[in-house]
Design a protein around this ligand. Structure first.
Ligand SMILES: C[S@@+](CC[C@H](N)C(=O)[O-])C[C@H]1O[C@@H](n2cnc3c(N)ncnc32)[C@H](O)[C@@H]1O
Length: 263
Protein backbone atom coordinates (compact mmCIF):
# COMPACT_ATOMS: atom_id res chain seq x y z
CA UNK A 1 0.00 0.00 0.00
CA UNK A 2 1.28 3.47 -0.88
CA UNK A 3 1.56 5.84 2.03
CA UNK A 4 0.56 9.45 1.47
CA UNK A 5 2.50 11.72 3.75
CA UNK A 6 0.36 14.71 2.81
CA UNK A 7 -3.28 14.04 2.02
CA UNK A 8 -4.97 16.28 -0.55
CA UNK A 9 -8.20 16.09 1.46
CA UNK A 10 -6.52 18.14 4.20
CA UNK A 11 -4.75 20.50 1.84
CA UNK A 12 -7.27 21.79 -0.71
CA UNK A 13 -9.63 24.73 -0.17
CA UNK A 14 -12.93 25.18 -2.04
CA UNK A 15 -13.47 28.58 -3.65
CA UNK A 16 -17.05 29.95 -3.41
CA UNK A 17 -19.29 28.08 -5.86
CA UNK A 18 -16.99 25.03 -6.02
CA UNK A 19 -17.88 21.59 -4.57
CA UNK A 20 -16.01 21.14 -1.27
CA UNK A 21 -14.58 17.59 -0.99
CA UNK A 22 -16.91 15.21 0.82
CA UNK A 23 -16.99 11.54 1.79
CA UNK A 24 -17.16 10.49 -1.87
CA UNK A 25 -13.96 12.44 -2.61
CA UNK A 26 -12.27 10.84 0.42
CA UNK A 27 -13.43 7.41 -0.71
CA UNK A 28 -11.78 7.84 -4.10
CA UNK A 29 -8.59 9.31 -2.61
CA UNK A 30 -8.30 6.18 -0.44
CA UNK A 31 -9.08 3.82 -3.34
CA UNK A 32 -6.45 5.52 -5.48
CA UNK A 33 -3.78 4.89 -2.89
CA UNK A 34 -4.78 1.25 -2.42
CA UNK A 35 -6.13 -0.01 -5.74
CA UNK A 36 -4.31 2.05 -8.35
CA UNK A 37 -1.22 3.81 -7.13
CA UNK A 38 -0.59 6.43 -9.78
CA UNK A 39 3.23 6.34 -9.51
CA UNK A 40 4.66 7.66 -12.78
CA UNK A 41 1.18 7.56 -14.38
CA UNK A 42 -0.41 9.99 -16.79
CA UNK A 43 -3.64 10.82 -14.94
CA UNK A 44 -6.99 12.35 -15.89
CA UNK A 45 -9.19 13.86 -13.16
CA UNK A 46 -12.56 14.40 -14.86
CA UNK A 47 -15.09 16.57 -12.95
CA UNK A 48 -12.27 17.91 -10.83
CA UNK A 49 -13.96 20.53 -8.55
CA UNK A 50 -11.22 21.68 -6.16
CA UNK A 51 -8.78 19.32 -7.89
CA UNK A 52 -8.57 17.12 -4.81
CA UNK A 53 -8.27 13.87 -6.77
CA UNK A 54 -5.76 15.17 -9.28
CA UNK A 55 -3.70 16.69 -6.48
CA UNK A 56 -3.83 13.40 -4.57
CA UNK A 57 -2.59 11.62 -7.70
CA UNK A 58 0.25 14.12 -8.01
CA UNK A 59 1.16 13.60 -4.34
CA UNK A 60 1.20 9.84 -5.03
CA UNK A 61 3.80 10.36 -7.75
CA UNK A 62 1.85 10.86 -10.98
CA UNK A 63 4.01 11.92 -13.92
CA UNK A 64 1.38 14.26 -15.39
CA UNK A 65 -2.13 15.25 -14.28
CA UNK A 66 -4.84 16.78 -16.46
CA UNK A 67 -8.02 18.01 -14.76
CA UNK A 68 -11.28 19.08 -16.43
CA UNK A 69 -14.42 20.79 -15.16
CA UNK A 70 -17.28 22.70 -16.78
CA UNK A 71 -17.18 25.28 -13.99
CA UNK A 72 -14.62 28.11 -14.54
CA UNK A 73 -14.53 28.72 -10.79
CA UNK A 74 -13.40 25.12 -10.32
CA UNK A 75 -10.63 25.49 -12.89
CA UNK A 76 -9.31 28.59 -11.07
CA UNK A 77 -9.65 26.78 -7.74
CA UNK A 78 -7.60 23.78 -8.94
CA UNK A 79 -4.81 26.05 -10.17
CA UNK A 80 -4.79 27.85 -6.83
CA UNK A 81 -4.78 24.62 -4.78
CA UNK A 82 -2.08 22.97 -6.90
CA UNK A 83 0.16 26.04 -6.54
CA UNK A 84 -0.32 26.13 -2.77
CA UNK A 85 0.28 22.40 -2.35
CA UNK A 86 3.31 22.59 -4.65
CA UNK A 87 2.30 20.08 -7.33
CA UNK A 88 1.63 20.41 -11.05
CA UNK A 89 -1.93 19.92 -12.28
CA UNK A 90 -2.99 21.14 -15.71
CA UNK A 91 -6.53 22.40 -15.00
CA UNK A 92 -8.76 23.07 -17.99
CA UNK A 93 -12.30 24.10 -18.75
CA UNK A 94 -13.88 21.17 -20.56
CA UNK A 95 -15.74 17.89 -20.62
CA UNK A 96 -15.20 14.26 -21.51
CA UNK A 97 -14.92 15.16 -25.20
CA UNK A 98 -11.94 17.44 -24.49
CA UNK A 99 -10.36 14.76 -22.30
CA UNK A 100 -10.71 12.07 -24.99
CA UNK A 101 -8.80 14.35 -27.35
CA UNK A 102 -5.85 14.19 -24.89
CA UNK A 103 -5.84 10.37 -24.52
CA UNK A 104 -4.43 7.96 -23.52
CA UNK A 105 -4.26 8.00 -19.72
CA UNK A 106 -2.82 5.35 -17.40
CA UNK A 107 -5.31 6.30 -14.71
CA UNK A 108 -8.67 8.07 -14.91
CA UNK A 109 -10.29 9.18 -11.67
CA UNK A 110 -13.73 10.73 -11.53
CA UNK A 111 -16.29 11.78 -8.97
CA UNK A 112 -18.98 12.91 -11.40
CA UNK A 113 -22.42 14.28 -10.55
CA UNK A 114 -24.61 11.24 -9.84
CA UNK A 115 -27.69 12.44 -7.94
CA UNK A 116 -30.94 11.93 -9.87
CA UNK A 117 -32.59 15.27 -10.75
CA UNK A 118 -36.05 15.90 -12.23
CA UNK A 119 -34.69 17.64 -15.32
CA UNK A 120 -31.55 17.39 -17.40
CA UNK A 121 -28.98 19.71 -15.75
CA UNK A 122 -28.33 22.97 -17.58
CA UNK A 123 -26.06 26.00 -17.05
CA UNK A 124 -22.99 26.24 -14.88
CA UNK A 125 -23.04 26.42 -11.10
CA UNK A 126 -22.72 24.42 -7.93
CA UNK A 127 -25.88 22.41 -8.80
CA UNK A 128 -23.89 20.76 -11.59
CA UNK A 129 -21.80 19.05 -8.88
CA UNK A 130 -24.71 16.74 -8.10
CA UNK A 131 -27.61 17.11 -10.59
CA UNK A 132 -27.35 14.20 -13.02
CA UNK A 133 -30.68 13.78 -14.82
CA UNK A 134 -33.57 11.45 -14.07
CA UNK A 135 -31.47 8.32 -13.60
CA UNK A 136 -28.37 10.04 -12.20
CA UNK A 137 -26.31 8.90 -15.18
CA UNK A 138 -26.03 11.89 -17.50
CA UNK A 139 -22.24 12.07 -17.03
CA UNK A 140 -21.69 8.48 -15.89
CA UNK A 141 -22.99 6.78 -19.05
CA UNK A 142 -20.74 8.55 -21.59
CA UNK A 143 -17.80 8.21 -19.18
CA UNK A 144 -18.26 4.44 -18.92
CA UNK A 145 -18.74 4.12 -22.68
CA UNK A 146 -15.49 6.00 -23.31
CA UNK A 147 -13.29 3.82 -21.09
CA UNK A 148 -11.60 2.18 -24.08
CA UNK A 149 -10.91 5.53 -25.71
CA UNK A 150 -9.48 7.13 -22.59
CA UNK A 151 -7.18 4.44 -21.22
CA UNK A 152 -3.92 2.84 -22.21
CA UNK A 153 -4.38 -0.95 -22.75
CA UNK A 154 -3.52 -1.77 -19.12
CA UNK A 155 -4.89 1.48 -17.69
CA UNK A 156 -7.30 1.84 -14.77
CA UNK A 157 -10.41 3.93 -14.28
CA UNK A 158 -11.76 4.60 -10.80
CA UNK A 159 -15.24 6.11 -10.54
CA UNK A 160 -17.22 6.78 -7.38
CA UNK A 161 -21.00 6.96 -7.30
CA UNK A 162 -24.00 6.14 -5.18
CA UNK A 163 -25.62 2.72 -5.20
CA UNK A 164 -28.80 4.59 -6.24
CA UNK A 165 -27.31 5.56 -9.60
CA UNK A 166 -27.03 2.01 -10.85
CA UNK A 167 -23.92 -0.01 -9.99
CA UNK A 168 -24.96 -2.89 -12.35
CA UNK A 169 -25.42 -0.44 -15.23
CA UNK A 170 -21.92 0.98 -14.64
CA UNK A 171 -20.42 -2.52 -14.64
CA UNK A 172 -22.43 -3.51 -17.74
CA UNK A 173 -21.34 -0.44 -19.72
CA UNK A 174 -17.68 -0.71 -18.69
CA UNK A 175 -17.64 -4.38 -19.65
CA UNK A 176 -19.39 -3.69 -22.97
CA UNK A 177 -16.74 -1.07 -23.68
CA UNK A 178 -14.00 -3.69 -23.25
CA UNK A 179 -12.92 -3.18 -19.62
CA UNK A 180 -12.53 -5.70 -16.81
CA UNK A 181 -14.92 -4.02 -14.39
CA UNK A 182 -15.45 -4.61 -10.70
CA UNK A 183 -16.57 -2.86 -7.55
CA UNK A 184 -13.22 -1.94 -6.04
CA UNK A 185 -14.55 -0.75 -2.72
CA UNK A 186 -17.97 -0.37 -1.17
CA UNK A 187 -18.62 1.75 1.85
CA UNK A 188 -21.22 -0.65 3.18
CA UNK A 189 -21.39 -2.15 6.64
CA UNK A 190 -21.56 -5.93 6.36
CA UNK A 191 -22.84 -8.78 8.50
CA UNK A 192 -21.67 -12.02 6.87
CA UNK A 193 -23.62 -15.20 7.68
CA UNK A 194 -21.72 -18.27 6.50
CA UNK A 195 -23.63 -21.25 5.10
CA UNK A 196 -22.67 -24.93 5.20
CA UNK A 197 -20.29 -25.85 2.39
CA UNK A 198 -18.42 -29.12 1.66
CA UNK A 199 -15.05 -27.67 2.64
CA UNK A 200 -16.37 -25.10 5.11
CA UNK A 201 -15.01 -22.40 2.84
CA UNK A 202 -17.70 -19.84 3.70
CA UNK A 203 -16.89 -20.07 7.39
CA UNK A 204 -13.19 -19.68 6.67
CA UNK A 205 -13.86 -16.57 4.57
CA UNK A 206 -16.26 -15.10 7.11
CA UNK A 207 -13.77 -15.63 9.93
CA UNK A 208 -10.99 -14.04 7.90
CA UNK A 209 -13.17 -10.97 7.26
CA UNK A 210 -14.04 -10.81 10.93
CA UNK A 211 -10.39 -11.15 12.00
CA UNK A 212 -9.43 -8.33 9.63
CA UNK A 213 -12.15 -6.15 11.12
CA UNK A 214 -13.96 -5.87 7.78
CA UNK A 215 -17.27 -7.50 8.66
CA UNK A 216 -19.18 -9.00 11.53
CA UNK A 217 -19.15 -12.72 10.75
CA UNK A 218 -21.52 -15.39 12.03
CA UNK A 219 -21.51 -19.16 11.67
CA UNK A 220 -25.31 -19.38 11.61
CA UNK A 221 -28.36 -17.18 11.16
CA UNK A 222 -28.79 -15.11 14.36
CA UNK A 223 -31.70 -14.79 16.70
CA UNK A 224 -33.85 -11.75 15.67
CA UNK A 225 -33.12 -10.07 19.00
CA UNK A 226 -29.41 -10.06 18.19
CA UNK A 227 -29.74 -7.84 15.08
CA UNK A 228 -29.63 -4.36 16.71
CA UNK A 229 -26.30 -5.18 18.34
CA UNK A 230 -24.94 -6.83 15.17
CA UNK A 231 -25.86 -3.81 13.05
CA UNK A 232 -24.32 -1.43 15.56
CA UNK A 233 -21.09 -3.45 15.47
CA UNK A 234 -21.13 -3.58 11.66
CA UNK A 235 -21.67 0.17 11.35
CA UNK A 236 -18.72 0.77 13.63
CA UNK A 237 -16.54 -1.26 11.20
CA UNK A 238 -17.64 0.38 7.99
CA UNK A 239 -14.76 2.85 7.67
CA UNK A 240 -12.28 -0.01 7.36
CA UNK A 241 -14.14 -1.60 4.49
CA UNK A 242 -13.25 1.39 2.33
CA UNK A 243 -9.71 0.24 1.80
CA UNK A 244 -10.37 -3.46 1.98
CA UNK A 245 -10.36 -4.54 -1.61
CA UNK A 246 -7.63 -5.24 -4.06
CA UNK A 247 -8.21 -4.96 -7.80
CA UNK A 248 -4.63 -4.48 -8.92
CA UNK A 249 -3.81 -7.36 -11.26
CA UNK A 250 -7.43 -8.64 -11.32
CA UNK A 251 -7.36 -9.27 -15.07
CA UNK A 252 -4.11 -11.25 -14.86
CA UNK A 253 -5.44 -13.31 -11.95
CA UNK A 254 -8.68 -14.01 -13.83
CA UNK A 255 -6.74 -15.07 -16.95
CA UNK A 256 -4.50 -17.38 -14.89
CA UNK A 257 -7.54 -18.98 -13.22
CA UNK A 258 -9.24 -19.59 -16.59
CA UNK A 259 -6.03 -21.02 -18.04
CA UNK A 260 -5.57 -23.44 -15.14
CA UNK A 261 -9.19 -24.65 -15.43
CA UNK A 262 -9.00 -24.95 -19.22
CA UNK A 263 -5.61 -26.67 -19.11
C1 LIG B 1 -19.22 15.90 -7.19
S1 LIG B 1 -18.20 17.18 -7.81
C2 LIG B 1 -16.63 16.40 -7.59
C3 LIG B 1 -15.47 17.34 -7.35
C4 LIG B 1 -14.16 16.65 -6.96
N1 LIG B 1 -13.69 15.76 -7.99
C5 LIG B 1 -14.29 15.92 -5.65
O1 LIG B 1 -14.23 14.67 -5.66
O2 LIG B 1 -14.42 16.55 -4.59
C6 LIG B 1 -18.51 17.09 -9.54
C7 LIG B 1 -17.86 18.16 -10.41
O3 LIG B 1 -18.13 17.83 -11.77
C8 LIG B 1 -18.32 19.03 -12.51
N2 LIG B 1 -19.07 18.64 -13.72
C9 LIG B 1 -20.40 18.41 -13.86
N3 LIG B 1 -20.69 17.99 -15.10
C10 LIG B 1 -19.51 17.92 -15.77
C11 LIG B 1 -19.14 17.54 -17.09
N4 LIG B 1 -20.04 17.12 -17.97
N5 LIG B 1 -17.84 17.61 -17.46
C12 LIG B 1 -16.90 18.04 -16.58
N6 LIG B 1 -17.18 18.41 -15.30
C13 LIG B 1 -18.47 18.36 -14.90
C14 LIG B 1 -19.01 19.96 -11.54
O4 LIG B 1 -18.86 21.31 -11.92
C15 LIG B 1 -18.32 19.59 -10.22
O5 LIG B 1 -17.21 20.42 -10.00
Amino acid sequence: MTTVRHDAMDLVRAHPGVYAPQDDSRFLCDAMAVAAAPLDARVLDLCTGTGVLGIQAALLGAREVLAYDINPRAVACVADNARRVGVEVDARLGTLTDAVAERPFDLVVSNPPYVPSPTRPEGVGIHRAWDAGDDGRVVLDPLCDAVGDLLTPDGTMLIVHSEFSGVPETLRRLTAAGAVADVAAANAPAVVVAEDRPFDEQRATARALDRAGLAVALDAWPDPAAWPDLLRRARALSADLRTATEIDGAAARAAAAIESVAG
